[in-house]
Design a protein around this ligand. Structure first.
Ligand code: 0X9
Ligand code: ZN
Length: 407
């Protein structure tokens, strides 16, 4: 018994030790960015970890280690970008949020076939939930098997369908960026709603992937709260991982530092997680009407392209559908999402999933939703905020589906 107690204590201590403390890390916040500041911020964002999407007219937020803080502050000063310290020491904040999440996980055990919106679920819990949901609804639900992640986790989503041939289809993926924990509950809510409403299944076949980067998502639970990338090691570097949202095979840009949070990978689709989604999108191009990647944070509805502000051919429809969606979100509780071209803030990106789905001609309607932020670093809305976010975003996504299928 004594031995068992010691083993448990060692395990608990071990997992606490394995978790990155973020002690001494700071969060810096700039004044609203001027257009002139954008190219500098863009350059800095290749090396330092900017949170949310840096955007002209809005403050930018960057997390810095104790070693990097003076470098970034000096760069801001040189570029005349005024800034302040918004979190002086992230360590205690992250620890508190982690303790809260752990306590909730113990206090609120998962119920079979019930998605949790009162706490953050682990990858294993979400995967179990999807399987139970499919088992309980064999007539309308099936596993969407996209293969394996780099570390061998199953890329399992769900297909919801009325079974009719020749249906149009819509796609949603969540948490391709590991730390964006508020995203999977949105995907799970879509599943709940479409299961409950046959009329939604008559509209289209629904494909939903609640955790698109399961290795990174798991790692952000066990080791580093603010992990963003995949977990594939980079040959010749101690820096692990690729930004999956720079790894898609559309205008893939091979220039990048292994250690950057936006490292695009060794080749387009070097990451199995991205290749799996890309493969699905390209092989379902005939039926796919709408592609949505759910991210956090920023309260933005972004449409293609990310590499140019030149309007795409159906830009009017993209804006109209996005605006209808934003209106539906606002009607719930007043939160206003802004509908924008991904590059409009002059933050150019290449190889993103939304641009791939649109650019290869698979989905005429393609978006990235940046949900609301919260908590110490924007990626940690308290668990008590999850329900509010899913309650307001679901009507917006439903409106988006209805609009894109009707036009
Ligand atoms: O930069 C990204 O990948 C997304 N922002 S995030 O803060 N979640 O990392 C925005 C992607 C928007 N789409 C394109 N730029 N194509
Ligand atoms: Zn993201």
């Amino acid at each position: 018994m004594k031995l068992l107690g010691s083993i448990v204590l060692l395990l608990v201590l071990g997992s606490a030790l394995a978790y990155k403390s973020y002690s001494g890390y700071q969060v810096l916040k700039t004044a609203p960015l001027t257009p002139a500041a954008m190219p500098y911020v863009n350059r800095l964002s290749r090396r330092f970890d900017f949170w949310g999407t840096p955007h002209v007219g809005r403050p930018a937020t960057v997390m810095v280690s104790p070693e990097d803080a003076p470098i970034v502050i000096a760069a801001f000063n040189r570029m005349r970008i005024s800034h302040e310290v918004s979190v002086a020491d992230l360590g205690p904040e992250v620890e508190r949020e982690r303790a809260e999440n752990e306590a909730l996980r113990l206090a609120l055990p998962r119920k079979p076939r019930v998605a949790a919106y009162d706490r953050y679920m682990t990858f294993e819990e979400i995967d179990a939930h999807i399987h139970e949901t499919v088992d309980a609804n064999p007539d309308v639900a099936s596993i969407l098997d996209l293969g394996l992640s780099y570390e061998g986790r199953e890329l399992h989503g769900i297909k919801l369908s009325n079974g009719a041939a020749g249906q149009k289809s819509v796609w949603f993926d969540c948490a391709i960026h590991a730390r964006e924990w508020i995203a999977p509950p949105v995907c799970l809510r879509i599943i709940d709603e479409v299961l409950a409403d046959p009329a939604l299944r008559d509209l289209a076949d629904w494909y939903i992937l609640p955790v698109a980067n399961p290795d990174g998502y798991s790692y952000s639970h066990t080791d580093e709260r603010f992990w963003r990338k995949t977990r594939r090691p980079n040959e010749g570097s101690s820096c692990v991982g690729t930004d999956p949202n720079r790894n898609f095979d559309f205008l893939w840009d091979g220039v990048g530092d292994f250690c950057s949070e936006v490292y695009p990978g060794s080749s387009a689709f070097s990451e199995p997680e991205c290749g799996a989604i890309g493969n699905f999108v390209s092989s379902n191009a005939d039926s796919l009407v709408l592609y949505v990647a759910v991210h956090s944070y920023g309260e933005l509805i972004l449409y293609p392209f990310g590499h140019t502000v030149e309007p795409v051919p159906n830009v009017d429809d993209l804006i109209a559908a996005g605006t209808a969606s934003a209106d539906a979100i606002e009607a719930v509780g007043g939160t206003r999402y802004s509908v924008e071209n991904s590059a409009a803030g002059l933050y150019f990106t290449f190889g993103a999933s939304d641009d791939y789905a649109y650019g290869i001609g698979a989905a005429l309607y393609s978006y990235t939703y940046e949900l609301s932020g919260g908590g110490s670093g924007g990626f940690n809305p308290p668990a008590s905020a999850i329900q509010t976010v899913v309650d307001e975003v679901w009507p917006g996504l439903k409106t988006l589906v209805e609009y894109s299928l009707a036009n």
